[in-house]
Ligand binder design. Structure first.
Ligand code: HEM
Length: 460
């Protein structure tokens, strides 16, 4: 599929003479793409990319969108040729001056300032707090009851984020303002709205605007709360909010982290740091409910623990770790990594003009049979051997790649392992109905478990 994939370098001149990538032949005329994508964004794209790694999709609003689905494309866009691909405007619209959206020097300074909070030795301090928050929530479940796992895991990961990174415990059945504001940024990417021209004020866009304002207010309030007792020096801050407040007070980094940018970091962390991990946890539980043989191995492993999991147990939880790895492969929370070309580029022998949206399709790479046997099947044991070494680096990319790889990946992996082990020692979350036709996946800015997806709590 696709010749000359490695095209790169200064090819702008040559690119002008080349043709644009074709519209796919598998999803009807390009003027019908918008309807197909609005109906079922992931299914549409899987059909569209069935024959090629690079296709052009036409959406009424954004116009042509170039979908890239080979690990070599990811490596080039995220690493080797990254100067030709900038973050798309959608990032600024949602996160303004937050780390996930900014570019260049500003990004580098922000990343350097925030990185220490996510360093390996720092994560050690978060483990106990994570388990405490997870247990606090699970203790409320009673055997036999049905829980909305999408809501529970989203609340759980928000509890963890606040207690660890923000140094502020949320009320287990309260702080609703924060909890609801945190979910609204998804609406910008609602599949029923995103493909339409931006001048149409769809209900999803209006919800996005209201939700974003609320989330910004929440972030400002959180920073103000911390401002009452700021650390004397940024190096003494032991959580993100204190660090940001201390930076503001000390005037250090005032350019890279102006007042609005401090607020935007908090918005970014709230959004990027909880629903993504909630998806990993809820779909791992979903997969366990449907794969009894995996579940038996998982329960056998967590039953060897003396009590609730601790930091010291993490290395021994290899079955649990592979369940998380495989859940992130089958149900990647960030299913698209969007960029925009800064110049004309040549890709697989085709031209992609400057200023066009380029979408790296994580879900396609993760289910590509050239890299994974039986790719649609949830099989954590596939990671037992040397698979990681045998597949290309960019064939497994739940956290992206290159310098802008997820800053919170270690945090997320630790949290997901600890959450599964804590839940699994006491409960089995059973699927109450018959086998579903499709996983209950809802695609917004990230992919999440559909709200209202219920599981029955069974004690073990
Ligand atoms: C399973 C959970 C998670 C997944 C799948 C995930 C995925 C990703 C991906 C794919 C990117 C790259 C986006 C791009 O290149 O455009 C990213 C970036 C980012 N993530 Fe995560 N993430 C997760 C958890 C977290 C957590 C827990 C935090 C913070 C507490 C976090 C904060 C961020 C931030 C701030 C960035 C921007 C980094 C930069 O541009 O330098 N993420 N994440």
């Amino acid at each position: 599929m696709g010749a000359d994939r490695a095209d790169d370098g200064d090819e702008a001149d040559r690119a002008v003479t080349q043709s644009l990538p074709p519209y796919p032949s598998t999803v009807g005329h390009h003027l019908t793409h918008t309807v197909g994508a609005m109906r079922d964004v992931l299914g549409f794209r899987s059909r569209a990319m069935a024959e090629r790694d690079l296709v052009r999709i036409h959406l009424l609003g954004p116009g042509d969108v170039y979908h890239l689905g080979h690990p070599d494309h990811f490596e080039r866009v995220l690493l080797n040729d990254r100067d030709r691909f900038r973050k798309s405007d959608d990032f600024q619209l949602a996160f303004e001056g937050g780390l996930v959206a900014v570019e260049g020097e500003t990004w580098q300074r922000q990343r350097d300032v925030l990185q220490p909070l996510f360093a390996r030795d720092r994560l050690v301090d978060y483990a106990d707090g994570m388990v405490e928050q997870i247990r606090r929530r699970c203790r409320r479940w009673t055997p036999g009851e049905r829980i909305d796992l999408a809501a529970e895991s989203s609340d759980l990961t928000l509890d963890v984020l606040f207690a660890t990174l923000f140094g502020r415990e949320l009320a287990v059945d309260g702080d609703e303002e924060i909890r609801t504001a945190a979910s609204h940024l998804h609406h910008w990417f609602a599949p029923t709205s995103y493909p339409l021209p931006t001048w149409i004020p769809t209900p999803a866009r209006l919800r996005f605007k209201r939700g974003k304002r609320r989330l910004q207010d929440v972030a400002t309030d959180l920073l103000e709360e911390k401002a009452d007792d700021p650390p004397a020096d940024p190096s003494e801050a032991d959580d993100l909010l204190s660090l940001l407040v201390a930076l503001r007070e000390s005037g250090v980094e005032s350019e890279a982290l102006s007042d609005d940018r401090l607020r935007d970091q908090v918005v970014t962390m709230i959004f990027a740091g909880h629903d993504t991990t909630a998806t990993a946890i809820s779909f791992a539980c979903y997969a366990l409910a449907h794969h009894p043989e995996v579940r038996d191995r998982f329960h056998a492993e967590v039953d060897t623990l003396d009590g609730p999991p601790t930091l010291d147990d993490l290395d021994d939880l290899s079955v649990t770790e592979r369940i998380v790895t495989e859940a992130l492969r089958c149900y990647p929370p960030v299913y698209t990594i969007p960029r925009e070309t800064t110049t004309d580029v040549t890709m697989d022998g085709y031209r992609i003009p400057a200023g066009e949206p380029v979408w790296l399709t994580v879900d396609q790479v993760h289910t590509d049979s050239r890299f994974y046997d039986d790719p649609e099947t949830f099989r954590p044991a596939r990671w037992d051997g040397s698979l990681r070494e045998r597949i290309p680096d960019f064939a497994y990319v739940p956290f992206g790649g290159g310098p802008r790889r997820c800053i919170g990946r270690r945090f997320a992996l630790m949290e997901a392992k600890l959450a599964l082990a804590t839940i699994g020692r006491e409960y089995h979350l059973a699927w109450p109905g018959t086998e579903p036709d499709d996983p209950p996946l809802l695609a917004g800015m990230t992919a999440r478990m559909a709200p209202g997806t219920e599981f029955r709590v069974q004690s073990r």
